[in-house]
Design a binder for this molecule. Structure first.
Ligand SMILES: NC(=O)c1ccc[n+]([C@@H]2O[C@H](COP(=O)([O-])OP(=O)(O)OC[C@H]3O[C@@H](n4cnc5c(N)ncnc54)[C@H](O)[C@@H]3O)[C@@H](O)[C@H]2O)c1
Length: 271
C-alpha cells in the first residue's frame, strides 16, 4: 500500500536531479507518472527506472516553454491514465549574471521557464480539475488534489547574480498563494517548496563546465560553493532524495490541511 495508490501525477523536468528523484518517489508510493524533460533520453531513462520497479509511467519529452506544451502535457495524463491528481512544476535551469550585465534574453528565458510555463500548465489543467472537483463535491466525495511548485531561496530572499531567476521564482510564489485561495474550496491544495542548495548539476562546480541545452553554463564557482556551505546549519548540501521527500509530503495526504505554504527545504540556510 502506497500513499499515492490510484493517483496520477505529472512532473516537469523529471529526467534529472530533483525531478527524477520526485518521479521515482511518487511512483514508489503508487502514483502513475507522466515524466517530462526537455531531453528525451533522460526522460525515457526515468520512465524505465519506474517501470522496472513495477510502477506506471510514460515519457513526455518537450520544452515546457512551448506555447501549447501545457495543453498537450495535461491531455497526455488524462488520455493515458484517465485522471489527474498531482502537478509538480519543477523544470528549470539558471542563467546567472550580475544585474547590470544581464541581457533581456536572459531575463525573458527565466520568466518563460520558471513562471509562464507553469502558468500555462495550470491554466490547461484548470477546466478538468475544477469540473472533476465540482462533480466529486456534488457526490459528497472528498478527493484532494495537489499542486507543488518548485521555488528557490533566491526567490524568497534574493540572490546576487540571479535577478532574473529570483524574480521568476518569487512570481511563482505569488501564483502559488493565489491559486491556493481560488481553488481551496475545490479541495485543490497549492503549495511550493523553496530549495536552498541541493546537489544537482545546477550547482555543481562551475569548473566542470556543465551546460544546459549545450550552451548555457551551469554550476557555481567552487569558492562560492564553500562560502554557501559555511552558512548552512546542517553543513552540507541536500540530496535529491531529501528534496523529493518534501515534494512527496506536499503531494500526499500527509499535507491535506496545508495550502498556500512555501516550505523551506534548505538545511536551515534561510531560517
Ligand atoms: N539544485 C538546487 O539547489 C535548487 C535550488 C533551488 C531551486 N531548484 C529548482 O529545482 C528545479 C530542478 O532543478 P535541479 O536542481 O534538479 O536541476 P537539474 O538540471 O538536475 O534538473 C532540471 C531538469 O529540468 C529540465 N529542463 C530545463 N529546462 C527545461 C525546459 N524548458 N523544458 C523541459 N525540461 C527542462 C532539464 O533538462 C533537467 O533535466 C528547478 O526549477 C530549479 O530552479 C534547484
Amino acid at each position: 500500500m502506497g500513499m499515492l495508490d490510484g493517483k496520477v501525477a505529472v512532473i516537469t523536468g523529471a529526467g534529472r536531479g530533483i525531478g527524477r528523484a520526485t518521479a521515482l518517489l511518487l511512483a514508489q508510493q503508487g502514483a502513475a507518472v507522466v515524466v517530462n524533460d526537455f531531453d528525451a533520453s533522460p526522460a525515457e531513462e526515468t520512465v524505465k527506472m519506474i517501470t522496472d520497479q513495477g510502477s506506471k509511467a510514460v515519457a513526455f519529452p518537450g520544452d515546457v516553454t512551448a506555447k501549447d506544451f501545457g495543453e498537450r502535457f495535461i491531455k497526455t495524463a488524462l488520455d493515458t491514465f484517465g485522471d489527474l491528481h498531482i502537478i509538480v512544476n519543477n523544470a528549470g535551469y539558471t542563467w546567472d549574471t550580475i544585474f547590470h550585465k544581464m541581457t533581456e534574453e536572459q531575463w525573458d528565458a527565466m520568466l518563460a521557464v520558471h513562471l509562464t510555463a507553469n502558468y500555462r500548465i495550470l491554466r490547461a489543467a484548470a477546466p478538468y480539475l475544477r469540473e472533476k472537483a465540482k462533480q466529486e463535491l456534488a457526490e459528497g466525495a472528498c478527493v484532494m488534489r495537489k499542486i507543488v511548485n518548485v521555488m528557490s531561496t533566491s526567490g524568497t530572499h534574493g540572490n546576487a547574480g540571479q535577478a532574473n531567476y529570483a524574480a521568476a521564482k518569487a512570481g511563482l510564489g505569488g501564483l502559488t498563494k493565489t491559486l491556493a485561495k481560488e481553488w481551496g474550496g475545490l479541495n485543490i491544495c497549492c503549495n511550493a517548496v523553496s530549495f536552498g542548495f541541493i546537489s544537482t548539476r545546477l550547482n555543481d562546480e562551475k569548473e566542470k563546465g556543465e551546460l544546459a541545452f549545450g550552451k548555457i553554463p551551469l554550476g557555481i564557482p567552487q569558492a562560492m560553493r564553500d562560502q554557501i556551505m559555511f552558512f548552512i546549519p546542517l553543513q552540507r548540501p541536500g540530496t535529491t532524495e531529501e528534496a523529493a521527500g518534501a515534494i512527496l509530503f506536499l503531494a500526499s495526504p500527509l499535507s491535506d490541511y496545508i495550502t498556500g505554504h512555501i516550505l523551506a527545504v534548505d538545511g536551515g540556510l534561510m531560517m
